[in-house]
Design a protein around this ligand. Structure first.
Ligand code: ATP
Ligand code: MG
Length: 381
């Protein structure tokens, strides 16, 4: 089938619009194999899309809505015929309206005249009532220079900006619910997201990585190419357990995550670190503790879920397909040794004092294994 998509935010981009359009086209072509795209006046025209790809399409960042559509010659008889075809596929319609717009101003009829003529045709032929407010079926006619695009009700898409149009960032991906959603939110604002995961092992093995791989693969439905860095963390973790008092272990561990992430980000020219932090949700997310944790890296920190409630995060996790994977049991780095009552108002001064006990030269020696993820497949870089 063919689909028309309409943009919203890209319209605000003035003379840079074409760059955002180009990125959106590239993303769609890579993410939806076999689909051909073309720029048209009102958005993009997608050919050869499978019905099974529509669910994914609706969650690809960068456009406002979409609808199955047909393209015909811009003549009234052809338009009427295509409307008959369109109507053949719809059910449960009692009311309708016609919404016409012309980007080709030399078309002999005005938009209102097109709406009147086609509206009358449909009303008599199908015996439906006109309703301008909330019709069951809104039949859109977009008249271009040689062609007209005809489509019915539009479906909302996720909106935002095309992934990879705003620069590169590194997202800290845990096995939890929040961080994959945070990564997705940044993709929806045009960020090109790479992922880093700190693993509770001395060596990264296929088996223990499966959950993280599955999360990353799911995110690769929305951003065509993703880099994933896996960092075996057990050696550092051992030091934390031996040297740091229980109530500070989690904060020191998070700081070490940020230090290693900072190093990877700078080496790869990423401009910010992204976390799944949500204010007040767990002990690491009090304002005091976040101050102490974020201090470990001088890079910009983005926490797109900071003001989002857990329920809304879970809803989005379900929508993008990460919830089921996040819910699988997994031994997180921190779950093993976190104190029953971790410090919730840590002072940076105290944290730094304890942190000095850790031999940070290990950070430079820490192994980082990189993978490339695309189309649901993972390759070692
Ligand atoms: P999440 O559901 O994302 O795990 P959370 O509510 O469980 O978040 P924490 O476990 O305190 O909160 O983690 C806060 C943030 O720190 C995570 O959202 C993630 O960005 C980062 N993080 C935690 N553990 C890891 C890890 N093992 N590897 C990489 N990043 C991590
Ligand atoms: Mg967690």
């Amino acid at each position: 089938m063919n689909v028309i998509i309409h943009i919203d935010e890209i319209f605000l981009k003035g003379s840079n619009q074409h760059l955002f359009f180009r990125q959106l086209k590239t993303n769609l072509e890579k993410l939806l194999p076999g689909v051909r795209t073309a720029r048209i006046e009102s958005g993009l025209w997608l050919e050869n899309i499978q019905e099974s790809q529509l669910e994914q399409l609706a969650l690809i960042p960068g456009f406002a809505n979409y609808a199955e559509a047909v393209k015909v010659k811009n003549e009234m008889e052809d338009i009427k015929k295509s409307i008959d075809n369109l109507i053949g596929n719809v059910k449960d319609v009692k009311t309708f309206r016609i919404s016409a717009e012309r980007s080709f101003k030399k078309f002999p009829l005005s938009s209102v005249q097109i709406e009147k003529e086609i509206g009358e045709y449909v009303r008599l032929k199908y015996n439906w009532q006109v309703s301008l407010g909330k019709p069951d079926l809104n039949i859109h006619i977009a008249i271009g220079k040689d062609t007209a695009y005809i489509f019915g009700n539009t479906q909302n898409a996720i909106g935002g900006l095309p992934t990879s149009s705003s620069g590169k960032v590194l997202a800290l991906l845990s096995g939890g619910i929040d961080s994959p959603v945070a990564a997705y939110k940044i993709m929806c604002r045009g960020g090109e997201v790479s992922l880093v995961h700190f693993q509770n092992q001395t060596q990264v093995t296929e088996e223990v990585s499966e959950k993280i791989f599955d999360l990353a693969k799911t995110l690769s439905r929305y951003q065509p190419e993703i880099k994933l860095f896996m960092v075996p963390f057990a050696n550092l973790q051992r030091q934390v357990v031996i040297k740091i008092p229980a109530e500070y272990r989690m904060i020191v561990t998070r700081r070490l995550f940020n230090k290693i992430a900072d190093k990877i980000a700078r080496e790869n020219k990423f401009l910010a670190l992204v976390s799944g932090d949500s204010l007040g949700q767990v002990a690491s997310q009090t304002l005091e503790n976040m101050t102490a944790i974020y201090d470990a890296s001088g890079l910009l920190k983005l926490a797109p879920l900071i003001g989002t409630n857990k329920k809304d995060i879970i809803d989005l996790a379900r929508k993008i397909g990460t919830m089921e994977i996040s819910a699988r049991p997994y031994e997180d780095c921190c779950s093993l040794f976190v104190a029953k009552h971790p410090a919730t108002k840590a002072r940076l001064k105290d944290v730094l004092k304890y942190e000095k006990l850790i031999d940070e030269s290990i950070i430079d020696k820490t192994e980082v294994i990189s993978y490339h993820i695309s189309h649901n497949s993972i390759t070692l870089c």
